[in-house]
Design a protein around this ligand. Structure first.
Ligand SMILES: [Zn+2]
Length: 490
């Protein structure tokens, strides 16, 4: 049998570097600085260039910080044009060729480099993907660099202010000549504006559970031998319901479905997985986006809980989940044609079950998510991927039945987040992202139950601990999903 490739060291590093350009927050300063240098590349040999460049850089630093802290999610991004207009009225100087160059470079980066070249090399999409991708970028509302309506007004303002002070320094001005009053009034105005907008209008973040898990005592005897969690990454709920999924439908019907399962904020893959398997939120586990600055979740995970009772958990996932869970993750390479990646993952999943036989096994299928990102979610290609996921799950569970590993096993099928329109983006909880498909199936799971009550993915870790007889992870907040679990008979 052909060996399924792990993500190499190079891929793990490359994935981190890519996240610097993929996540909107680090992208903005990197893009603005790169654009500025490229535009003036002919002059960087001049003696006057660097003092002017660095001097003006210091002056725009506060604006970089401000736009890093405030991401102006969803419709708030429309408000980003006002500071730019205010700048034009107040400062009256802008460099049109620089701004046009930046706009050109931005669409080159998103539509060609990312949407066409990168996807072609990594997952084998067509060289003509840009013919669709440009529409997706214009619409996209997530927290990545592909959010044109957020990035454009941000970098146009940053470049304009930078250029303003740059040309002043070039003309021989020193810091003493800067009109500090004008600068301070402008920055204070933008800061106040951003603060008030986010405070008053950004009100759709899911509310965190305020206590640690306390709705049940872990039973002294474990209810299950095993749990298998299959996360179909980026499977949007209404599209799941529109897709042909005979096998998943049968699990849903014969198990317990949670129809109002909410993901966390920001709905980025590494954040969602971190919340699912620690039972808490980003303010506690410390993972705030796919760009992980300080490796590892800061709280106990379900893997730690299992270790305490001599059990073993394993996750099979893409390279960047190592950033959150380290050695508990077995990676597969994400550099693979999207048509075959999920079947390769399942091949590897079977191998892990055969050879390592973990008590808890978590598998991440990525093809549905990747199709959403590269081709959009409102097309038949996306539904086709969901159907394929259905068949992969069927085949995998059949393998476990054959090898005697499905008898006293709970299966949990879910998504980590949905996807919005545009480039299938997710992060700010736009329509289609927040409520995810979620159902459990197995001998200890109630049959034919639909739970309408709102729940959160932070309930996954404590529910796993409860079923396997392990202590809750240290900072687990989600309540155990008791509505789906058969009461144990004395
Ligand atoms: Zn994801």
């Amino acid at each position: 049998m052909e060996e399924v490739k792990k993500a190499s060291k190079f891929e793990k590093t490359a994935a981190r570097c890519w996240n610097l350009l993929n996540e909107g927050k680090p992208f903005t300063p990197i893009f603005v600085t790169g654009t500025f240098l490229l535009f003036f590349i002919g002059r960087i040999g001049d003696g006057a260039f660097w003092p002017a460049f660095l001097g003006s850089f210091l002056l725009i630093l506060p604006l970089f910080v401000l736009y890093y802290l405030y991401d102006f999610p969803l419709f708030l991004r429309n408000y980003l044009w006002l500071p730019f207009i205010a700048y034009l009225m107040l400062f009256k100087i802008f460099n049109l060729p620089l701004l046009l160059f930046a706009i050109g470079l931005y669409f080159f980066f998103t539509v060609f480099f990312w949407g066409t070249f990168y996807y072609h090399l990594r997952i084998g999409t067509s060289w003509l993907n840009f013919t669709r991708f440009w529409k997706l970028v214009l619409k996209n509302s997530d927290s990545t660099s592909g959010n044109a309506q957020e990035q454009l007004p941000k970098f146009l303002l940053l470049l304009s202010v930078w250029y303003y002070y740059f040309q002043e320094f070039l003309q021989g001005h020193a810091f003493a000549d800067v009109d500090w009053a004008q600068l301070l009034v402008f920055y204070a105005g933008v800061a106040l504006y951003a603060f008030i907008l986010h405070r008053n209008l950004f009100d759709w973040k899911p509310k965190a559970v305020s206590t640690y898990t306390n709705n049940a005592e872990v039973p002294t005897e474990p209810l299950n031998d095993k749990i298998v969690v299959i996360v179909i990454d980026g499977m949007r709920k209404d599209r799941f319901e529109a897709a042909h999924t005979p096998y998943l439908d049968s699990l849903r019907k014969n198990g317990t479905e949670f129809t109002n399962m909410e993901t966390v904020y920001p709905a980025r893959t590494v954040v969602c997985f971190s919340s699912m398997f620690t039972g808490t939120y980003s303010f506690e586990h410390g993972i705030k986006s796919n760009m992980v600055w300080s490796l590892g979740v800061k709280t106990e995970s379900i893997f730690d809980s299992l270790r305490k009772v001599g059990k073993k958990g394993k996750m099979l996932a893409v390279a960047h989940l190592v950033d959150a869970f380290g050695k508990d993750v077995e990676t597969y390479t994400a550099v693979m044609k999207n048509d075959i990646v999920d079947s390769q993952i399942m091949k590897k999943a079977k191998q892990i079950m055969d050879e390592q036989n973990p008590d808890l096994f978590i598998v991440q299928l990525i093809s549905t998510d990747q199709t959403g990102h590269s081709r959009g979610v409102l097309y038949d290609e996306y539904l086709q991927k969901i159907y394929e996921a259905d068949q992969h799950v069927k085949d995998f569970i059949a393998h476990l039945e054959r090898t005697g590993k499905a008898e006293n096993t709970t299966f949990i099928i879910c998504a980590d987040h949905g996807q919005a329109d545009g480039i299938g983006g997710h992060g700010h909880l736009d329509e289609g992202e927040r409520i995810v498909p979620f159902f459990m199936y197995g001998p200890k799971i109630k049959q034919g139950v639909r739970v309408e009550k709102r729940h959160s993915l932070v309930s996954v870790a404590p529910t796993l601990a409860y079923l396997l007889g392990a202590p809750y992870p240290s900072h687990s907040r989600g309540p155990v999903l008791l509505e789906g679990i058969e009461e144990s008979k004395k």
